[in-house]
Design a protein around this ligand. Structure first.
Ligand code: SF4
Length: 170
């Protein structure tokens, strides 16, 4: 209830933008769904834009228009929600989506991204995802640029996962 009140207070003065950091974490799924529906309705009514920071891809899929996937403090992929979730181009995004339990068949082990997130205070040179990425090559020791690789799709990667290369993903 306190989280609902906090969201209501945030919307009270009809701000142009709200940044909501994991606002529904620790809520049960039913309450979370109610809050998401309320927030969507209120934002549509007031014209408020919202940046919703979350680890929950189902929330993203149900709520957002656009998604920016972050790794080690930087945006690594950006685009409209449906194309990014349906066809991730960055290996980290693909790993995240691949590790959602419901995508596994019954009896199969859960998929996971190997390795650990690097210490953000001591990031290695080049691509921060390099130690965990099956597509890493020599060039990945350099800083990958962030740019448009397909219409409406921005990625920070030297070897984005276009459909013809999906079989090489982590
Ligand atoms: S830049 Fe290289 S290491 Fe980084 S995600 Fe892309 S392929 Fe992997």
């Amino acid at each position: 209830m306190r989280q609902r009140v906090a969201i209501a207070i945030a919307l009270l003065h009809r701000p142009e933008l709200i940044v909501a950091d994991e606002p529904t974490t620790a809520l049960d799924v039913t309450i979370q769904a109610q809050i998401l529906a309320e927030v969507q309705k209120l934002c549509a009514e007031t014209g408020t834009a919202m940046i919703w920071i979350t680890h929950d891809l189902s929330v993203v899929a149900g709520l957002a228009d656009d998604i920016a996937v972050m790794y080690a403090g930087r945006v690594v992929e950006k685009g409209e929600v449906a194309p990014v979730l349906d066809m991730p181009l960055h290996p980290y995004t693909a790993g995240l989506i691949g590790s959602v339990p419901s995508r596994n068949k019954r009896g199969e082990p859960l998929k996971q991204i190997p390795g650990m997130t690097p210490n953000i205070l001591r990031l290695p040179p080049g691509c921060a995802f390099r130690a965990r990425c099956s597509r890493a090559t020599e060039v990945c020791k350099q800083e990958p640029p962030f740019g448009e690789v397909a219409p409406g799709r921005e990625v920070r990667c030297f070897h984005p996962l276009f459909p013809e290369t999906k079989g090489e993903a982590a």
